[in-house]
Write a protein of this length. Structure first.
Length: 384
């Protein structure tokens, strides 16, 4: 990062390149009762984000030019920031037939079947070969369905004590290990979504050491919470689930040593009713855009665990580099930036969210780092 500025706000404020979130769910087309491009992009703007990438678990799935055009039309009409769609890897995200990568590649940021892992190794190899041939990034949701066994939270101490069905860690890291082998063999540019386990960090670290073209992300909730923090409330349910304290520590170490390249929120809004059914029956997913920087700044930068410049790289510059997104600079001038109040604390209150989703495990937490202004191309698009 070239420099931090206060842009006339004085001491107690910091400005930095506008953030990039490579993993959000804005739910349109198909599920606008959960979130819309309009509400999601406004929530992002109010949180310091200039670019977000929307996952393809939509209806219809963006698996063809025609289906993608429906989403592009809404983005053009309603988005207040730069919203970049993913296309799916397979038709309908069903894992059976590869999409036309060459036809879609110039209109999407990357390809992902997020929400479900590609179960068949032959299909994943074929997908990686096609991505490599077309110079595309494959962003993988890694989850081995054969190991889930009806689980819905981490297969750890809390699940055992409270009679819940657990999701084992291997369901994530086992598929990552498979994919890293395939990525090494095919030369595919491979990105791992929302890693949550210590084994995932280890296998990615080893793959990087042997030269595999891999990057990965984790989410703020995995860095701040573990299954010991669970409550019998749907706002603690997401996929992957909150793992053990040891997993959380391994993720922090992965951030510090560079194994983990970026932080993405996996912003996944649902209706209040869908999140009111407890841990077992609530929909998986929490909102994250409006809490990400304040939580990470408060609990990592202010505690001298992660330097501010490192956090800004994780949230802004690293995703731009990996996914070939526009620079926030015009020459030496920072033209896409956000300003944060890092002096005055406030309390997270989900009732104040712009997002249609309000499920967050961080309600009531006191934080620093409220966004007070977001500027894109030199124009203010949000001001507190």
């Amino acid at each position: 990062m070239k420099q931090e500025y206060s842009y006339g706000y004085g001491t107690g404020y910091v400005a930095c390149p506008a953030f990039v979130d490579m993993h959000v769910h804005f739910r349109e087309p198909g599920y606008s009762y959960k979130e819309t491009i309009a509400t999601g992009s406004r929530a992002a703007a109010a949180s310091g984000y200039g670019i977000v990438a929307t996952m393809p678990n939509l209806n219809p799935v963006p698996d063809s030019l025609g289906n993608l055009a429906l989403q592009e039309e809404i983005i053009k009409r309603d988005a207040v920031i730069d919203v970049r769609p993913y296309a799916s890897i397979t038709i309908g995200r069903k894992g059976l037939e590869l999409v036309d990568v060459a036809a879609l590649k110039d209109r999407v940021v990357a390809f992902s079947d997020d929400g479900s892992g590609v179960q068949d190794e032959k299909m994943m190899r074929k997908a990686m070969e096609e991505m490599a041939a077309n110079g595309c990034i494959l962003a993988a949701h890694c989850e081995d369905n054969s190991l889930l066994k009806g689980g819905y939270i981490h297969d750890g101490r809390y699940a055992a004590l409270h009679g819940h069905k657990g999701i084992c860690s291997e369901s994530e890291w086992g598929q990552i290990e498979r994919d890293l082998r395939l990525a090494g063999e095919t030369g595919c540019a491979y990105h791992v979504c929302h890693i949550s386990t210590r084994e995932s960090v280890d296998v990615i670290r080893r793959a990087k050491d042997r030269g595999v073209n891999v990057t990965c992300e984790t989410g703020p909730h995995y860095l701040l919470l573990c299954d010991g923090d669970l409550q019998e409330d749907g706002r603690f349910k997401m996929n992957p689930p909150l793992r053990s304290a040891e997993d959380r520590q391994a993720l922090i170490e992965g951030i510090l040593d560079g194994t983990i390249d970026m932080i993405a929120t996996d912003h996944a809004p649902h209706s209040a009713e869908e999140k009111s059914r407890g841990l077992e029956k609530s929909a998986m997913g929490i909102v994250g855009l409006e809490t990400a920087f304040p939580l990470l700044y408060t609990h990592f930068v202010r505690k001298d665990i992660i330097p501010l410049g490192k956090l800004i790289d994780l949230m802004s510059l690293a995703p731009r580099r990996r996914f070939h997104l526009p620079s926030p600079y015009r020459g030496e001038e920072l033209v896409d930036y956000a300003v944060f109040d890092i002096q005055n604390p406030y309390t997270i209150d989900s009732r104040e969210f712009i997002s249609l989703g309000h499920a967050t495990p961080f309600d009531g937490w006191q934080v620093y780092g409220r966004c007070v202004e977001t500027v894109i191309n030199g124009k203010t698009i949000y001001k507190l």
